[in-house]
Design a protein around this ligand. Structure first.
Ligand code: ZN
Length: 276
């Protein structure tokens, strides 16, 4: 599932091709992926609107539209499990599971492809888009977050660290892969009560959040099966993972074999030697 580094990479790879371009035509092959408004209104409102800039919030990709800010709309995509947004030189041929094709006035096409069909697209006025998408309920962005801000999130919480990191209402953008990598990097047990961390441990956690997410962005994201960037290229970060998916392999720090447990319903990878 695309997490913060993957969505950030999609944003960066799409930006140079879409900025300043107008949507000239939108073809919807599977209307259920349009979460808001309905498919007909989506096409009617979006046609002719230019892309002002691209943004990301948590795992949401945001297209800021229109030059006139007084009546600006936002197009927002959430890739969920297997969603892909890929640039193409043509509207056809369609890859299997292509649900929407956007045409832009520079001759570029943007294909929304999604095997599992959980991904969703939203279109609304800028002042409505936070409520319409659920972005209004997101916690702060973890990139650039201070030690103090992270300490405030952990304070008094009895929840295990793994679940805290995954809670989009507390921190936006971290999913299962990076939660495991962050806790490995910080040397903290995933089941540890968040509120029990001392100052030094919070500092380690803050540093690990920055390091793991920045490294993943530098490596254009992690690809196991489905994820590709806006140009259709897979990421490279899977070659650098130290905990996620490495059950039974020796820890790169202490040599003990990595273990896998289920925590809060999610598969969790950690080192019993250096994550106490
Ligand atoms: Zn270890």
């Amino acid at each position: 599932m695309p997490e913060l580094p993957e969505v950030e990479t999609v944003k960066r790879t799409l930006s140079p091709h879409l900025m300043g371009q107008k949507f000239t035509e939108i073809k919807i092959y599977h209307p259920a992926v349009i979460a808001y408004p309905d498919a007909a209104a989506f096409v009617k409102i979006l046609t002719g609107r230019p892309v002002r800039s691209l943004d990301r919030r948590g795992k949401y990709l945001i297209f800021n539209l229109d030059e006139n800010l007084d009546e600006a709309y936002c197009l927002v995509g959430h890739l969920r499990m297997t969603g892909r947004l890929i640039l193409a030189g043509d509207a056809v041929p369609l890859a299997p599971h292509t649900h929407v094709v956007f045409s832009l006035d520079n001759g570029v096409y943007l294909h929304w492809v999604d095997v599992r069909r959980f991904g969703r697209l939203y279109l609304a006025r800028e002042e409505e888009i936070m409520a319409v998408t659920g972005m209004a309920k997101l916690g702060p962005e973890p990139l650039g977050m201070s030690v103090e801000a992270l300490a405030a999130i952990c304070a008094g919480r009895r929840r295990p660290l793994k679940q805290l990191l995954l809670d989009q209402h507390l921190l936006a953008g971290i999913g299962n892969i990076y939660a495991d990598e962050i806790l490995f990097e910080a040397g903290l047990h995933p089941g540890r009560e968040a509120g029990s961390l001392n100052r030094m441990e919070i500092e380690r956690l803050q540093k690990a959040v920055q390091q793991v997410l920045r490294q993943a962005i530098a490596n254009q994201g992690t690809t196991f099966r489905d994820y590709v960037d806006g140009s259709g290229r897979p990421g490279k970060n899977q070659e650098y993972l130290k905990a996620y998916g490495r059950t039974g392999k020796p820890c790169s720090r202490c040599g003990q074999l990595l273990e896998r447990v289920i925590l809060g319903g999610r598969s969790t990878h950690f080192c019993p030697g250096c994550q106490k």
